[in-house]
Design a protein around this ligand. Structure first.
Ligand code: SAH
Length: 347
């Protein structure tokens, strides 16, 4: 049998694995054992499953593959940030990043190969979307970074942000399945409160998440609260509009009572005037909000330039005066192209 005709074993539920063994004349319990190896113990091969018999391992090998990711290349920044080039079973590459601080380590994971959206300032957008990641491919990135966190920073991974390549809400089902495994005691057992899903803002999916009462946090890459400007830098905004986005976020807040974080870059001549910050304040009014002002990481041609310190100060003061929490984020891992918007499989 050719390898590519075998099924990805991690696309199966525990029930399906149990059924498989019963059909083969074994005990359903065997399915539990194998399931534990696949998720909790993150086995890379059937050979490594030491408490199942050789016959069982051969049976698995004849029917399934484990499409484990492989960290092809790891780069370490002088600030401790680690960027991984992750090879998928079909040879495509995504990137994931470990961001350490003194108290915690954060994994920034990818949800798609490339991205479905077309933000003008983002390097990943240029790759276009090649495919969605499977739940196990997302899970494996977290497992790999958890090991690196233990190895290089002597602590287990504490937080996860879906801020790598891709738009998580355009791969919603797989992202949710991955989060289920990450938070389940049968997987990594991490708390959903330590997970943030970041979106460019897909109103329909934000409503769906609200209905499903998900427990993770939500971040929205806003960058402008004025439709005309937002559409010029994030063209898909033309299809959704800020009104749709705001209404969906209001619904999210009503259903979850969970504060919304906005990611926001201030660029010279694009969104650095008083009217821009006033629009942002207005946009944030309906729910408790936090604004992260992210430093711009140039991706090439000079069309976008980081705003002056004076403009940033104006943002900070105006937001604070209006009772909105604001933080100014310095970029991490810039020297290895691991910062926001720089993930583009360059090396
Ligand atoms: N598609 C999702 C997940 C990606 S998160 C989203 O848009 O939220 C990546 C974050 O980096 C987003 O907030 C994005 O707007 C921001 N970003 C993209 N390019 C950037 C750049 N060149 N400099 C700084 N931030 C950037």
């Amino acid at each position: 049998m050719k390898t590519n005709s075998k099924k990805d074993i991690r696309s199966m539920t525990k029930e399906q694995l149990r059924d498989f063994f019963v059909e083969k004349g074994d005990k359903a319990f065997r399915g539990n054992q194998v399931y534990e190896w696949l998720w909790q113990k993150s086995a890379h091969s059937f050979d490594g499953m030491t408490n199942v018999s050789k016959e069982t391992r051969e049976l698995l090998d004849a029917n399934f593959v484990i499409n484990h990711i492989k960290v092809d290349q790891m780069q370490r920044s002088k600030d401790g940030t680690i960027k991984n080039a992750v090879r998928l079973h079909d040879g495509l590459i995504v990137e994931s990043v470990l961001i350490p601080t003194s108290k915690r380590t954060t994994a920034c994971v990818s949800s798609q190969v490339g991205c479905s959206l077309d933000c003008k300032f983002c390097a990943t957008a240029r790759l276009k979307r090649m495919r969605n990641l499977n739940p196990d491919e997302i899970y494996d990135q977290v497992v790999a970074i958890d090991s690196q966190s233990k190895l290089y920073h002597n602590m287990p991974l504490s937080n996860i942000v879906f801020m790598g390549m891709g738009e998580p809400l355009m791969n919603y089902n797989n992202v949710l399945k991955a989060i289920d495994k990450i938070t389940s005691p049968e997987g990594l057992g991490m708390s959903s409160k330590r997970i943030t899903v970041s979106t460019s803002g897909v109103p329909k999916m934000i409503r769906k998440m609200a209905d499903e009462k998900v427990k993770f946090k939500l971040a929205v890459s806003l960058h402008s609260a004025i439709d005309e400007i937002r559409t010029s830098i994030m063209p898909f905004n033309a299809n959704f509009t800020l009104k749709d986005l705001r209404e969906s976020l209001q619904y999210w807040y009503e259903q979850t009572k969970s504060r919304i974080t906005y990611e926001y870059v201030v660029w010279q001549g694009i969104n650095d005037s008083k009217k821009d910050v006033d629009a942002l304040v207005d946009f944030c009014r309906f729910a408790p909000s936090k604004v992260n002002l992210i430093e711009y990481n140039p991706i090439d041609d000079g069309e976008f330039r980081q705003a002056s310190n004076k403009a940033i100060e104006m943002y900070v003061n105006t937001l604070e005066d209006n009772g909105i929490t604001v933080t100014v984020r310095r970029s991490r891992g810039k020297d290895i192209d691991a910062a926001c918007g720089q993930l583009a499989n360059k090396s």
